[in-house]
Design a binder for this molecule. Structure first.
Ligand code: SAH
Length: 288
């Protein structure tokens, strides 16, 4: 069975006379079982956004399982094959574009409740994709990512892999490791093993009842560049305790008692290095 999928991918690449472009992270999933695991959360009422459709072997399976598939691909060379597949499956829409620049609300509208993001993600855009989907109220997301990234999203502050991505993932999602994939399950084989992870967004009610998650979320979502951590925390605390009408001074006092060094408090969140993030994350854990 695996060989069938691999032959299909190879045949399509030959038909199109395409040499995979490694700068665009073109490594194809050629293992049937992994493909089934990646798509197992999809049901007939699901709308899927697939990032990086490539030669469309995942897209095709998604079309059979889902209500609707938006397949985004940046590399125009794959358009003929993808258009051919869409011709056979009217529920597929091909979007030739940079997925990072596509406004998902433009394709989906406002209701993301039954939307899933499924992708064998190109390595170089994994981080920005996670930032992008953290802000969307989707049902869940199943992704093939590099093993190191899978380790990072699961890491806590005591782990050497801990960093901004770990904190982002753990703040916005419940993360599940579905499977580890040997290199041979991907063509051409990547440098490291891969993993299938599932990210399930935390419920709004969960975020609102946990001060730590609330503050971290606010830190990630404060888009005004250059705002210091202390100011975001202060505003966040006042919002979180809105019933208690916390004053600015009371909020400042709470932050002081958290014991976060001023080097961390007086920097924009985006500029914190991994050890500063670990300090902040641990301090907030103690607070809540
Ligand atoms: N889903 C396919 C392809 C995975 S390879 C499979 O597993 O078989 C990653 C794909 O993402 C490639 O086709 C690559 O061209 C595409 N890609 C890379 N950067 C992208 C971007 N910014 N937006 C959309 N697609 C992108």
């Amino acid at each position: 069975m695996d060989n069938l999928l691999k032959s299909l991918v190879v045949k399509r690449l030959e038909q199109l006379r395409i040499e995979p472009n490694q700068n665009l992270g073109q490594h194809f999933l050629v293992d049937e079982q992994s493909l089934n695991l990646l798509t197992q959360s999809v049901s007939p009422n699901t709308t899927v956004i697939e990032i990086g459709a490539g030669v469309g072997q995942i897209t095709q399976l998604l079309a059979k399982k889902a209500k609707k598939v938006f397949a985004i691909e940046i590399d125009r060379r794959y358009k003929p094959i993808l258009s051919g597949i869409a011709g056979q499956h009217p529920n597929i829409e091909i979007i030739i574009a940079d997925a990072l620049k596509v406004n998902f609300e433009d394709i989906i509208g406002k209701d993301f409740k039954d939307v899933q993001i499924i992708a064998n993600l190109p390595y170089h855009i994994t981080e920005p994709v996670l930032h992008k989907i953290a802000k969307l109220p989707i049902k869940c997301s199943s992704l093939v990512v590099g093993k190191r990234l899978a380790d990072a999203v699961q890491a806590d502050e005591s782990n050497p892999d801990f960093g901004q991505l770990s904190l982002l993932a753990r703040t916005f999602f419940n993360v599940e490791l579905i499977a580890t994939l040997e290199k041979s399950k991907i063509l051409p084989p990547p440098r490291t093993e891969s993993a299938i992870i599932r990210l399930i967004p935390k419920k709004e009610t969960e975020l609102k009842s946990n001060a730590r998650d609330y503050l971290l979320r606010k830190l990630f979502l404060t888009s005004k560049q250059g705002t210091f951590v202390k100011n975001v925390l202060k505003e966040g605390l006042i919002e979180f305790h809105s019933g208690k009408l916390l004053t600015q001074n009371q909020a400042r006092e709470i932050i002081k008692n958290m014991g976060i060094p001023s080097t961390v408090l007086e920097k924009p969140f985006q500029q914190l290095n991994n050890s500063e993030l670990a300090i902040l994350s641990s301090a907030l854990r103690l607070y809540s």
